[in-house]
Every structure is written in structure tokens, then in C-alpha cells.
Design a protein around this ligand. Structure first.
Ligand code: CP3
Length: 357
């Protein structure tokens, strides 16, 4: 059955009336209405864990902008939090875990979370948003890639060098594999539960796959994302839900990523989208890939940069316009408006619905 949503159609490489557009981190600190709620709630995690608030925040960017998808307001670190690692977010410091995972005993002791008991707040937020959106826009569910989630669990916080987890990878790879297996199992059940609760597509964020040595990317990151894809494609309730994989700095692995059988690949701005399109053909859709820093420039520049990306696809199907990574907190929301207007303008021009003056 054909979806009524442009975003879902584009994921399936079907023709659309206008290129779908949304932004990673579209609900966030660049929006004054987000900052107001955050102030009241006293922190990010409290917002995630209060379904009514998570629902409200998810919908904020759609109230302001002409976006083609909502993404559930949550985080990739909800799984390790549910495993008992003691997640904290300090203002401007990023996440940290009170109990990082370092030893065989630490890994053995990790208990797989129960999706309703431990992560029910996410499912409840999904149900609320799905109910609010009805057929207005599709809702995206997500998780982190097992490798990316493991970097936070082992390092205990954000990292530049990833020394602890990489030492574990090279010296005690069986230990790391055991950890990645557990995160993968939890992620499969997590995405399955999100789909059952009402999301229309799922995305796996592999923010740190691109920091792996070339011969480590497949065994330590892609291998586990592939297992997630295979699981979801094998289950009756999830087999038709489109799956997007995004490895930041993963431009050199596009063919391998496409071979998982995912529906779409997210690309960052270091990738030549024209070459990427030629590489993957119609096997997957592509999502991206405007440099988020373009949004610091004026609307004229923004339009010119959007045009460059839009020209690559023209009328051919399988493109979802997005940034190459999440939007930054100090972006002027009016510049987002300019980006979306430019996507609409060139979509119409390319389809012959409008002529450039
Ligand atoms: O895209 C969306 O709008 C949906 C919500 C979303 C958040 N995090 C909300 C968030 C999504 C999809 C994520 C994914 C996520 N979380 C990733 C992968 C994508 C990426 O951006 O690379 C990662 C690595 C995390 C872990 C995480 N969460 C970090 C490192 C940080 C701190 C950095 C930062 O931007 O402050 C967070 C916090 C976080 N997650 C915020 C939001 C809106 C900021 C919270 C705040 O201070 O208000």
C-alpha cells in the first residue's frame, strides 16, 4: 500500500510532489519555545521522561515550519540509562554515566531493559505524538548504533580520542563484542516497540562509526546495524517500516551500508551527493546533506547552497532533504525557514510547477 506521506514515499524511492525535508535535532535549543520548557522542567532528561512534555516538544518544530516528518523527542542513551548506568546531563557538558562499563563483570551484569517497564515513557510519548499527528505527518523513531552507544557506556562521557573503548577493541575484542551483542538485542526490541507504539519509520544514528579504522568499521559498527535491519525486516509487525542508517563520516562505506537492505542512508556534508547517488543507484534513498554551518549565512547563501543539493536529484526519486548532522543551538530559526522555502522552491521548479523569475 502506498503511504500518504512524502517522507515515507521518498524512503521507498517512489515519486513525490515535493522533496521531503526535516532536520536532525529539529526540536532543540535553537527554538525559544524549547528553551522555555527546558527552563520549567529543569533539565533534558526530565523532559524525555515526561511523555506529555516529550510529545509537546516533538511537535514544536512542526508548528513553526513546513516539515515533512517529526522525530520523537528522546535520546540514544535511554537504553544504557535503562540498563542502570546512571545517566546524567550537565548543562553544556553533555552526557555522563556514573557507572561506566569497563570489565567482563560489568558487561555480564548488564540486564536487558524491559520495553514497557523501563522504557515505557518513550513508548507513551510515541503513542501521544502518533495520536496528535494522525495523518498530518509521519513520526520517526530511533536508536543509536550499538557501537555509538557503546562509546558512551565505556568512555562514560563524550570523547575526542575514544581511548578506552578503542583499547578494549584492540586488546579484548571478545569483551567488546559481548557488550555490542547486548546493546544490539536491546536496540532490536526497542525499535520494535517504537514501531508497535506508532512510529512510521526508524533511524539508527551511528555518530561515531566514522572514527573507526577502515577495517574495524564493518566488524564493530556495520555488523551490528545489519543485525538490527535483519531483525526488523524479519518480524511481521516491522518488516514494512522503512529503516534509515546514518554513519557520520561514513561516506566511504555507502555501498556496504546499502547491502544491509536498509531503505535509506543518511550522508553528512563531506560526501559528494552526486557521487553517492551514482554509487547506490536506486537500491536505497539518500538523506542529507547540507552543512549545518550553512545556516549561519544569510538567506541568499542558504538558498544557493540548497539549490546545489536539489539539482543533484532533480525529479528522480529517493531524496530526503536534511542537514548533514544535527542543527546547532545558536542557529536563527528564520534561517531554517529560508532553507525549507528553498527546498520547496526548487522542488516546484524541478517538477515544472513553477518558473524561476
Ligand atoms: O533529532 C531530534 O530532534 C530528536 C531528538 C534527539 C536528541 N538526541 C535530543 C537531544 C536525537 C535523535 C538525539 C540523538 C543523539 N543523542 C545522538 C546521535 C545523533 C547526533 O546528534 O550525533 C547522540 C550522540 C546523542 C547523545 C547526546 N545527547 C549528546 C552527546 C548530547 C549533548 C550534546 C548536546 O547537543 O547538548 C545530548 C543531549 C541532547 N539530546 C539534547 C537534545 C535536544 C540537548 C539537551 C539540552 O541541553 O537541552
Amino acid at each position: 500500500m502506498e503511504s500518504k506521506f512524502r517522507f515515507i514515499k521518498a524512503l521507498k524511492r517512489q515519486a513525490v510532489d515535493s522533496t521531503p525535508v526535516w532536520m536532525m535535532r529539529q526540536a532543540g535549543r535553537y527554538l525559544p519555545e524549547y528553551r522555555a520548557v527546558r527552563e520549567k522542567m529543569g533539565g533534558f532528561l526530565a523532559m524525555c521522561k515526561t511523555p506529555e512534555v516529550a510529545c509537546q516538544i516533538t511537535l514544536q518544530p512542526l508548528k513553526r515550519f513546513d516539515l515533512d516528518a517529526a522525530i520523537i523527542f528522546s535520546d540514544i542513551l535511554t537504553i544504557p540509562d535503562a540498563m542502570g548506568l546512571g545517566l546524567k546531563f550537565q548543562t553544556n557538558e553533555g552526557p555522563y554515566f556514573e557507572n561506566p562499563v569497563r570489565t567482563a563483570a560489568d558487561i555480564n551484569n548488564l540486564v536487558l531493559p524491559d520495553m514497557e517497564q523501563d522504557l515505557g515513557y518513550v513508548m507513551q510519548a510515541v503513542r501521544l505524538v502518533a495520536h496528535e499527528l494522525k495523518d498530518k505527518a509521519p513520526l520517526i523513531g530511533f536508536c543509536g548504533s550499538p557501537w555509538t552507544v557503546a562509546t558512551y557506556m565505556v568512555e562514560g562521557k563524550s570523547s575526542k580520542q575514544f581511548s578506552v573503548i578503542k583499547a578494549m577493541m584492540y586488546q579484548e575484542s571478545a569483551l567488546l563484542s559481548a557488550l555490542l551483542d547486548k546493546i544490539t538485542k536491546a536496540s532490536c526490541h526497542y525499535l520494535h516497540a517504537q514501531i508497535a507504539a506508532g512510529v512510521n519509520a526508524v533511524m539508527v544514528f551511528d555518530t561515531w562509526g566514522g572514527i573507526l579504522a577502515n577495517d574495524c568499521y564493518q566488524p564493530f559498527s556495520l555488523h551490528y546495524m545489519n543485525q538490527i535491519v535483519q531483525y526488523l525486516k524479519s518480524q511481521p509487525q516491522t518488516k514494512d517500516t522503512p529503516i534509515l542508517l546514518f554513519t557520520k563520516n561514513g561516506g566511504q562505506y555507502l555501498e556496504k551500508i546499502a547491502q544491509t537492505g536498509c531503505d535509506a542512508i543518511g550522508i553528512d556534508w563531506t560526501v559528494d551527493i552526486k557521487k553517492a547517488k551514482a554509487q547506490v543507484g536506486q537500491s536505497v534513498a539518500l538523506q542529507g546533506n547540507l552543512d549545518p554551518c550553512v545556516l549561519y549565512a544569510n538567506p541568499k547563501v542558504i538558498e544557493a547552497e540548497v539549490k546545489k543539493i536539489m539539482q543533484v536529484f532533480g525529479q528522480s526519486p529517493g531524496h530526503i532533504f536534511n542537514l548533514g548532522h544535527g542543527i546547532y543551538p545558536d542557529i536563527n530559526p528564520e534561517h531554517v525557514q529560508a532553507m525549507i522555502a528553498a527546498v520547496r522552491k526548487y522542488s516546484a521548479l524541478q517538477r515544472g510547477n513553477e518558473h524561476e523569475p
